[in-house]
Design a binder for this molecule. Sequence first.
Ligand code: SME
Length: 159
Amino acid sequence: MSEKSEIYETVTKEIFAVIDGEPSATARYASAACLLSGAFDAYFWTGFYVVDPVKPAELVVGPYQGTLGCLRIPFGRGVCGACAATGETQIVEDVHKFPGHIACDSRSNSEIVVPVTDTDGNLAAVLDVDSTEFGSFDEVDAKYLEIICAKLLVGASQA
Ligand code: SME
C-alpha cells in the first residue's frame, strides 16, 4: 500500500471516530476539514462549500482550513460548481487550464472536488481540496475522499 493510502486509511478512521454520534453537520464538516488538512502537506486549502437551502443552485462556503475562500459559487462555475452541477468528482492537474476556475488564492495550482450527499442521496455540499503543487491529486485521493464524503452525513440530524 502506498504511503498516501496509509495516511488516508488512518485519517478516515479518525474522522469517523470523531464524528460518531454527532448530530451537527457543521461539526462533521469542520472536523473532517481539520483532520484532512493536518494529514497532508499538499493540502493548502481544505474545506466544504454547502448547498444554500435558500438558493439551491448556489454553494456557500462552509467550514474550512486555509486562506480566505470566496463566499459563494453558482452551480456550473469553476471546479466546485462543475462538481455540484454533475455530482461527479473533479480532479484538476492544473487549475489555470480549467475553464471558469475561480482563483481564490493564486498559490493554488491543482485541486480535487468531491460531492457530499445526504442520506437521501441528494447533494448537500462539495469537499474542495487545493494544492500549491501541480498534479497533486489522483485516483487514490478520489477513492478515499469519496468514501469519507459518502458517509460524512450518515447520522447527522441538524445543520
Ligand atoms: N478553486 C475553486 C474555488 C474555491 S477556492 O479555491 C477555495 C473552484 O474553482 O471551484
